[in-house]
Design a binder for this molecule. Structure first.
Ligand code: ADP
Ligand code: MG
Length: 616
């Protein structure tokens, strides 16, 4: 399983695992799993819990992730980031309406580009923040395996669009993970239940996933080992958090709490929220809850709780109806209902879903873990350790291009199977036209102005001809991860251009158009640009961790060691400002070479931890 590499220069032995890990990067909680002795297992932390709250806390000194960060929701809410997944691949315009749901600052100067999160004086992208969560998970499994891991499968909701999928991949990369596959969460959940293993049986499955802040229902058809997503539906703002909020509101009314106090005292609001969550969880197994906060008693009984959440549960059932309608199925056609997500532990949820579908629900696996376990199984398939299972997914939104008058011309329709390939012929609308702009959109509306722009490029060098004569073939190729390649070719002259549509995060329309054009003109220089950015990122990380290392070990290091380390770090920092990737890499190597023996010398484990991951 593990590969051992020996660093000849330093005599170090480094173990590198071949294991491909499965990650459920959740809105509320995340976890990592792998196949151990032929069985998928979720990695538990020192607290014996597999779930890592998807929460990040920033202090001057360090970044906390998980349970430690969750505690900071009360003591330091404005530096504590949660629900980052909601912001992945989203522009400010997308989240403007819901901004008040976050107790931290979400900023952007223009509504087109993607959101950033302000913590203190710094700005972070959702990708960077998600990478922090992934790094924590990576650390966990590396500790468990006592070896480095570098390959992963990460799950995303079935409705995630291209930008969101790409952002997830990039977060993986930032965390030092090669993301081999992005898998839809319901597909992973089905895999965890081993559904479809028997090639003889054809089954239709409903995957009901009620998490902390989101609800998804997916209808899958499984036959001869193939998983096909027939339809998806849901609500991106409905989940266990709403149950908590319902309890909080109930208490506000019942205990006559001044709303102004909640608004002005963030930590009181958070305490109340966390207490409501405790109440909810307790009511999954008992009939009543009561506790005190600041000397005041708060209580609620099960019946009241159920009345509070009844309308919310009803809404999820409405979504189930719509998903069935989209799949053109009657609920009687569903063979199994798979329950996913922590909120399906609420008995009323289980009962309501069971009675709607008219059969007992499938909840024998831990609803928190199923997605990660399925991701681990998919990872194992990719590693070649299992008889190949074909995984078929669907595109959640239509993909198309802009045609005359700002109309959306759909090329790959919504709910089409992925991978997919589709094409259509176009022509010019002006005599002698030599350029054709191809703008790619995603969405269901008829006018492109209502849809989401993914990118554009210009097919240049069409020989001048009367309008209507050139034949321009546009092809959309969507790969298994939902990444789109668009090809344009003038068939009379064979002039052709091709681009890969990356998401538009962090870029203005102009920058994006420029980048896409460049990618057509010169794929190689694009690749170099990417590598440079990655080196800068890496260099920056090394630089920062070195400064942290210096600060943390000030008392152990000699003056000379401190001065020299600083010199190497500053030399690295200088190269980061330039654009020579090799210079950056060399500076990193030089720094690493110098600091490694110092780390070895120092016996403190913390020191080694600080330097971990900066080997070239
Ligand atoms: P996500 O997929 O959004 O990351 P999870 O599937 O981890 O979310 O679900 C988290 C939600 O499940 C939270 O709202 C949490 O309060 C809720 N939850 C966890 N355990 C229970 C329980 N025993 N009873 C009710 N709700 C629970
Ligand atoms: Mg989930």
């Amino acid at each position: 399983m593990a590969k051992i590499s020996i660093n000849m220069k330093e005599g170090d032995v480094e173990k590198e695992s071949d294991v491909i890990i499965g990650i459920d990067l959740g809105t509320t909680n995340s976890l990592v799993a792998y196949i151990k002795d032929g069985k998928a297992v979720a990695i538990k932390g020192s607290n014996k819990e597999a779930l890592v709250p998807s929460i990040i806390h920033f202090s001057k000194e360090d970044i906390l992730v998980g349970d430690a960060a969750k505690e900071k929701l009360i003591s330091d809410p404005s530096n504590t980031i949660f629900s980052v997944k909601r912001l992945m691949g989203k522009s400010y315009g997308d989240v403007d309406k819901v901004k008040e749901l976050f107790s931290y600052s979400i900023i952007d100067d223009d509504t087109e580009s993607l959101v950033k999160i302000k913590v203190g004086e710094k700005y972070y992208t959702p990708i960077e923040l998600s990478a922090e969560i992934l790094k924590e998970l990576k650390k966990r499994i590396e500790k468990e395996l006592d070896a480095k891991v570098s390959k992963a499968v990460i799950t995303v909701p079935a409705y995630f669009n291209d930008a969101q999928r790409q952002a997830t991949r990039d977060a993986g990369k930032l965390a030092g993970l090669d993301v081999l596959r992005i898998v839809n969460e319901p597909t992973a959940a089905s895999l965890a239940y081993g559904i479809g293993q028997d090639a003889e049986i054809e089954q239709t499955i409903a995957v009901y996933d009620l998490g902390g802040g989101t609800f998804d229902i997916s209808i899958l058809k499984i036959h001869i080992g193939i998983f096909e997503v027939l339809s998806t539906n849901g609500d991106t703002f409905l989940g266990g958090d709403d149950f908590d909020r319902a309890i909080v509101n109930y208490w506000i009314e019942k205990n006559k709490i001044d709303e102004a106090k909640i608004a002005s005292d963030k930590s009181f609001g958070q305490s109340l929220r966390l207490m409501a969550e405790r109440a909810k969880k307790q009511l999954s197994t008992t009939d009543s809850f009561s506790a005190t906060l600041d000397g005041v008693e708060y209580s609620i009984d099960k019946k009241t709780f159920q009345d509070l959440i009844q309308p919310l549960v009803e809404k999820t059932i409405d979504s189930c109806k719509m998903a069935l309608k989209d799949a053109k199925l009657d609920k009687a056609a569903i063979d199994h209902v798979v329950m996913v997500g922590g909120s399906t532990r609420v008995p009323l949820v289980n009962e309501s879903v069971g009675s709607f579908f008219g059969k007992p629900v499938n909840n024998s696996l831990d609803p928190d873990e199923v997605v990660a376990l399925g991701a681990a199984i998919q990872a194992d398939v990719l590693a070649g350790n299992q008889k190949d299972l074909l995984l078929l997914d669907i595109t959640p939104l239509s993909l198309g291009i802009e045609t005359v008058g700002g109309l959306m011309d759909t090329i790959i329709p919504r709910n089409n199977k992925v991978p997919a390939r589709a094409g259509r012929n176009y022509t010019t609308s002006v005599d002698g036209q030599t350029n054709l702009k191809i703008a790619v959109y995603q969405g269901e509306r008829d006018l492109i102005e209502h849809n989401r722009k993914l990118g554009e490029f210009i097919l240049k060098g069409i020989p001048p001809m009367p309008m209507g004569l050139p034949k321009i073939e546009i092809q959309f190729i969507l790969n298994a991860d939902g990444i789109l390649t668009v090809k344009a070719k003038e068939l009379r002259s064979n002039v052709e251009q091709e681009i890969e549509i990356k998401s538009s995060y962090g870029l203005s329309e102009e920058e994006m158009a420029l980048m896409l054009l460049d990618s057509i003109k010169n794929a190689e220089s694009d690749m170099n640009a990417r590598v440079l950015l990655e080196s800068r990122n890496e260099g920056n990380n090394v630089y920062k961790s070195t400064l942290r290392f210096l600060a943390q070990n000030d008392h152990i290091l000699t003056d000379e060691e401190k001065a020299k380390t600083k010199d190497f770090a500053e030399a690295l920092n200088t190269t980061i400002q330039g654009d020579d990737k090799d210079a950056i890499n060399q500076a990193m190597e030089a720094l690493n070479e110098y600091t490694s023996p110092i780390a070895h010398k120092a016996m403190d484990l913390n020191i080694k931890d600080a330097l971990k991951g900066k080997k070239m």
